[in-house]
Design a binder for this molecule. Structure first.
Ligand SMILES: [Zn+2]
Length: 357
């Protein structure tokens, strides 16, 4: 999975040279028995020792490559927040790092090389430059979700409401018979690499066409009744612009990526001192009575889940349907999202409390 062809190549070349130049001292029969390299990975995954008890061949080189790949993943795993170690977020981070690695990067380098008779001993060490340039920034950005006090959204230098301020907040879960997801990947603060942004809400795992309900009473401020999906190339262009900016522009998020959406204004009633707006994204249908200005009560059905705004939708399929829901909070200082700045190991607990029966 990781791009380390040069490393492999380098190893093969080096060993090729070594075997060639020492050819007379290698017993001929050595090439006739199959041997497997003995691979020892240091506990911190920063070094890997390989002992080739016999001649090198492509099969055992593949084993070594695989061991180095696993060691790197182990290193990343060891260096992320405890709370995401069991989560698929870790896979996303590994993938993210993988995608950032330029061709021909060696993430482990040979630091020691010795031999006697037909046994070759090689020590690989984690390439410090690689760690500094690719792994450390990725872990800094994504490895500790929610542990940074602030994720700048539209404003900075202000703080989202403290957990204390939302202890009395009680909302209805937006679909029947759906569990609050446990995976950090589906909760706020998770990276959304495809749009160079941070997840602000919860992705509820529901099938296409599942009824969606208002989480609290409020007034509808947006309902996309005449929604038409955009062309895939246009969506790609906007994501490429997001990449160039290094963040998701608010207009791209609000107008394109959320798809067919309903926004409900809850005024200042839900959390003292904050205006709260709930967002229901990627819908496939909106009930006719849901219009800007109309009042809804908690539990009122507003529409059906879908995948609008996602890539599969632009390609005309129903894949990837889910309900993206988020609660935006605003005060004089700016705009935040519920769950912002909350450590990932406390997030599930917080939302479990918010969606209590
Ligand atoms: Zn989402």
């Amino acid at each position: 999975m990781f791009k380390h062809s040069t490393q492999t190549c380098f190893t093969v070349l080096l060993l090729g040279w070594f075997f060639q130049s020492c050819a007379p001292s290698i017993p001929k029969q050595a090439e006739q028995y199959e041997t497997t390299p003995i691979i020892t990975v240091a506990e911190n995954q920063e070094s890997v020792h390989i002992l080739y008890p016999g001649p090198l061949n492509q099969n055992n080189q593949a084993l070594v490559d695989n061991a180095l790949k696993n060691a790197l993943e182990g290193f990343i795993f060891n260096n992320v927040s405890e709370s995401i170690k069991d989560d698929s977020l870790i896979l996303l981070i590994v993938n993210y790092i993988h995608n950032k690695i330029p061709e021909n990067t060696r993430f482990y380098s040979i630091s020691d090389f010795s031999f006697y008779n037909d046994t070759v001993k090689i020590k690989y060490e984690l390439n410090v430059q690689f760690i500094d340039h690719f792994v450390a920034p990725a872990l800094e950005q994504y490895g500790f979700p929610g542990e940074k006090p602030i994720f700048p959204l539209f404003t900075q230098n202000h703080e989202p409401p403290k957990v204390e301020a939302i202890k009395n907040l009680k909302l209805l879960i937006p679909c029947n018979n759906v569990e609050l997801p446990k995976r950090a990947l589906l909760l706020p603060n998770a990276p959304r690499e495809y749009r160079n942004g941070i997840h602000r809400g919860i992705d509820f795992v529901v099938n296409w066409g599942t009824p969606v309900k208002a989480v609290a009473e409020g007034i509808v401020i947006r309902a996309d009744h005449h929604f038409k999906e955009v062309e895939p190339e246009f969506r790609q262009l906007l994501l490429a612009e997001a990449k160039q900016l290094g963040h998701t522009p608010s207009d791209v998020f609000e107008h394109i990526l959320v798809g067919q959406s309903v926004y409900i204004d809850h005024g200042f009633d839900l959390i003292s001192g904050f205006r709260a707006v709930s967002i229901y994204a990627h819908l496939s249908h909106i009930n006719p009575e849901i219009k800007p200005g109309s009042s809804v009560s908690a539990g009122h059905q507003i529409g059906l889940s879908g995948n609008s705004g996602t890539e599969p939708s632009t390609l005309g399929t129903r894949k990837g349907a889910h309900l993206h829901w988020e609660l935006i909070l605003q005060d004089a200082g700016g705009e935040y999202y519920l769950g912002q700045g909350v450590k990932s190991d406390s997030l599930y607990k917080l939302f479990k409390q918010v969606f209590r029966d």
